[in-house]
Design a binder for this molecule. Structure first.
Ligand code: WT7
Length: 588
């Protein structure tokens, strides 16, 4: 662990003091900000307010559209190929109502599913807000999904419709096309592969601009997202309208969203990060959500930060690494003065990346931790706390985290174990689509949610992520270590860009893991036997003597999910010649 600290920014942050807030915090204080809260709506004063009827659209888009001081404020700014489309809260509300009208015309009702298979575009957000308004379950799917990935999602969700583009229709299998009532296309011409294709361009605009949000129970599904697949098979995670409480609080504290914020969450809208912090969360706060439709290039990303005066940026270590590799001199050519808060998620924000951003963008990135199942950011480096490089931070007020052993017993500080969160909080998934058995396995008998992540907590309550529990490695004696620990040491070597460490099984007769490392090299370094030997020697000098890496292999690229998560299991499967080594759900 690194002793260095990056000092907190207490005065300017929304959350001024972590220590003073936590003991008195109650989720009810946040609920009070919503129109559904209160004795009028809750005659029995039930503590969880499950009897209250609500809709996230009332509290996000409509609330601001009906506010004379806020209605003209930008809700969505979308940029692609140099064209910028901007929608104020008032315009967003009209879009949402018209799209809801259209879906209703096609027979959609609360509880139906709409699969959205589109690259980033404004229509995703119109569809998302229309679904929420009716109570239709919004199911975003990456537009780059394979035929097989889409098939699993179509088969299990049995949607009433799918919203897509003519070029993507071919990904729909004949078998399932017949079971979907409508294949909506955002533009023409229709490819004519299936009889139920409908080009809807121009149709929503014919619908009335008003559509009252359906008042739903708090646990009514809002969206259904399949997990990114670093552990298989994919799970359909269900999230609900009442999570608005957690979305609002986390955006305010972790992303430090303020009334004039322009928030850029550069995740695909089909990843939960894009769904929640790219749309719902900024809308609940009444601020501007910016969406970039062009693919990543370093110049385009800096240009975006400058041109759209992004003030809060929620990104990933993968993007930060790509920016770093594009060169140290590039950021200084842009005016990044609007940028005041940077946050990161999805994979380890290693100290090298953290310092690089701090040095070159003059804003230290704040790592955040959560997962599709948790619905909202649960652990984070908050602006009001010092950053400890390498740590994912502390649990948000209202969230309790612990490290448990395999029997569910609490472990003391600095022990490696499974990260668990105390149930409930407004964000926690209410179920896995058609898989209750698997859903139940997330929970211990005494009400903890098991994340499947390995972590440790230090004496000050900071958490450190160490990998997934199926990536664990056995060292000498009873010692169990996370691969991340070794990977971090590898990355300290000047030639190493990225590293992944796996176990190839037990070493014969020794009860310890046979460890193998896969590395990519930084620009300017060439793969050679000599370098390989040098890195092995370096490891030996920097690891405990009972941790021995038997093999190091150079790769041009490590296998990762679309959201940039390292897929150690793919390396393991390839290594052992077992299924799972194929490039399913991967970037390339
Ligand atoms: C897994 C969840 C991540 C946004 C929500 C969607 C890993 C998440 C971090 C972090 C290291 C991280 C965990 C987690 N992860 N945040 N800050 N440092 N690892 O997430 O696609 O469901 O993935 O992402 O392993 O379990 P997801």
């Amino acid at each position: 662990m690194i002793r260095a600290r990056i000092p907190a920014r207490k005065n300017s942050a929304n959350l001024k003091s972590y220590e003073k807030t936590c003991p008195y915090f109650s989720w009810e204080d946040i609920e009070k900000e919503f129109s559904w809260y209160g004795p009028d709506h809750s005659p029995d004063h039930s503590p969880d307010h499950s009897s209250n009827r609500m809709n996230i659209m009332t509290e996000s888009i409509d609330r601001w559209a009906e506010d004379p001081d806020r209605c003209a404020h930008d809700a969505l700014v979308f940029s692609k190929g140099g064209q910028v489309q901007t929608y104020s809260y008032q315009q967003m509300k009209i879009k949402s109502c018209q799209w809801a009208g259209l879906l209703t015309e096609y027979g959609f009702n609360a509880g139906d599913r709409l699969i959205v298979l589109l690259p980033p575009c404004p229509e995703i957000f119109f569809a998302m807000s229309a679904c929420a308004r009716i109570g239709v379950i919004f199911c975003p799917v990456f537009s780059s999904s394979s035929f097989y990935e889409l098939e699993i999602r179509l088969e299990s969700t049995s949607p009433r419709g799918i919203l897509t583009l003519p070029d993507l229709v071919e990904k729909i299998s004949y078998e399932f096309a017949g079971q979907i009532s409508h294949i909506f296309l955002t533009q023409g011409p229709a490819p004519g592969l299936f009889p139920n294709e409908v080009v809807i361009a121009g149709m929503p605009e014919q619908m009335p601009p008003e559509f009252e949000p359906e008042m739903l129970s708090g646990d009514a599904p809002l969206y259904l997202i399949y997990t990114s697949g670093s552990t298989r098979p994919p799970k359909g995670v269900i999230h609900t309208h009442q999570e608005m409480t957690g979305m609002l609080a986390s955006a305010r504290w972790v992303l430090d969203v303020k009334p004039n914020t322009v928030l850029w969450t550069d995740a695909d809208p089909a990843w939960v990060t894009g769904t929640v912090y790219g749309a719902f969360a900024p809308w609940l706060c009444g601020v501007t959500a910016f969406v970039q439709g062009d693919p990543f290039t370093a110049a385009n990303w800096y240009w975006t930060l400058e041109k759209f005066k992004i003030s809060v940026w929620y990104t990933t270590p993968k993007i930060i690494r790509d920016l770093m590799e594009a060169g140290d001199d590039l950021p200084s050519r842009y005016d990044l003065s609007a940028l005041r808060h940077v946050t990161s998620v999805g994979a380890p924000l290693i100290p090298e990346l953290l310092y690089w951003v701090g040095d070159h963008l003059r804003c230290y990135p704040h790592d955040t931790w959560w997962m599709t199942e948790t619905g909202i950011i649960c652990i984070a480096n908050l602006a009001c706390n010092d950053i400890k490089p390498g740590s994912i931070g502390k649990p948000l007020p209202g969230i309790k985290a612990a490290i448990l052993d395999e029997n569910g017993k609490h472990l003391p500080a600095l022990s490696l174990g499974e990260l668990a969160l105390k149930c409930p909080w407004p964000g926690l998934t209410v179920g896995l689509w058609q898989d209750n058995d698997r859903f139940q396995r997330y929970f211990t008998d005494d009400g903890w949610f098991l994340t499947g992540d390995i972590a440790l907590e230090d004496e000050e309550g900071y958490f450190y992520h160490q990998g997934r529990n199926d990536d664990l490695l056995k060292a000498g004696g009873d010692k169990v270590i996370g691969p991340f620990e070794i990977e971090q040491v590898l990355c300290v070597h000047p030639a190493v860009a990225e590293a992944a460490v796996i176990s190839k099984g037990s070493e014969p007769g020794k009860g310890i893991s046979y460890l193998k490392a896969f590395i990519t090299l930084k620009k300017g370094y060439i793969q050679s036997t000599r370098l390989n030997y040098e890195i092995k020697t370096f490891l030996k000098g920097n690891l405990a003597p009972d941790i021995v890496i038997r093999e190091i292999i150079f790769l041009d690229k490590l296998p990762k999910t679309r959201s940039g998560k390292l897929l150690r299991r793919v390396l393991r499967a390839r290594e052992l010649g077992i299924p799972g080594g194929e490039s399913l759900n991967m970037q390339d």
